[in-house]
Design a protein around this ligand. Sequence first.
Ligand code: OOG
Ligand code: MG
Length: 247
Amino acid sequence: MLDEAARARRPVPQLAQQGDELTLAQAYRAQAQLLQLRASRGERLVGLKMGFTSEAKRAQMKIDDLIWGRLTDAMRIGSGGSLALSHYIHPRIEPELAFLLETPLRGAVSAEQARAAIGAVAPALEVLDSRYRDFRFSLPDVVADNSSAAAFVVGEWRPLPADLKNLPITLAFDGEVLESGSSAAIMGDPLRSLMAAARLAAEADLTLEAGWLVLAGGATAAHPLVSGTRVSVAVGSLGAAHLEVHA
Ligand code: OOG
Ligand code: MG
């Protein structure tokens, strides 16, 4: 139903409203099945996204638990590339930071192990599109819906700086800054988000593989996309990434 909703760009009622509230474990199994449907259409798993790693996001969506979702090659848009609003239901965008893994990570890893596995980092934009009506959901709802994953943009990869903790992050529409925050908003240090990704993925028997990317989670609240705008994220010394939005 969620896969159909995404493909038809037609939102569906929350699962609880259909008398079908799932357990969290069932919701992650549903998410895995959504990925199987995408894989059967030729999409390839390229990494994971973390969600609700910042207070700004938890407050916006009123959910307090860390979640994660799966990213495929078809969701990726090159920096400076364009996105058609008509391909989505009610898309939003948020500023993020991406990790590129050089070696695999699995389970409970130390900060040193997480650091050592990182090949590069980059500013990123995540496009969210809840398949639920009014962009509202419970924790199992959003997990089953692949944590609202829809598309993402990654800027130029850079070597991991000595410290990721205090990088200023801004989200701008046509150069006008709508949100500004800090990488510290992401669990105090985005590295912790990567560690959590390795731990939570292992619970689903997944290893974060070399070559995969991990989105650390929105540092600020997300904003609805508007046709005809150029959206930018800038992350301190790491540079920027851009997306052109059209109807
Ligand atoms: C759920 C996804 C949350 C993040 O970065 O916190 C997320 C949503 O807000 O729709 O991607
Ligand atoms: Mg996100």
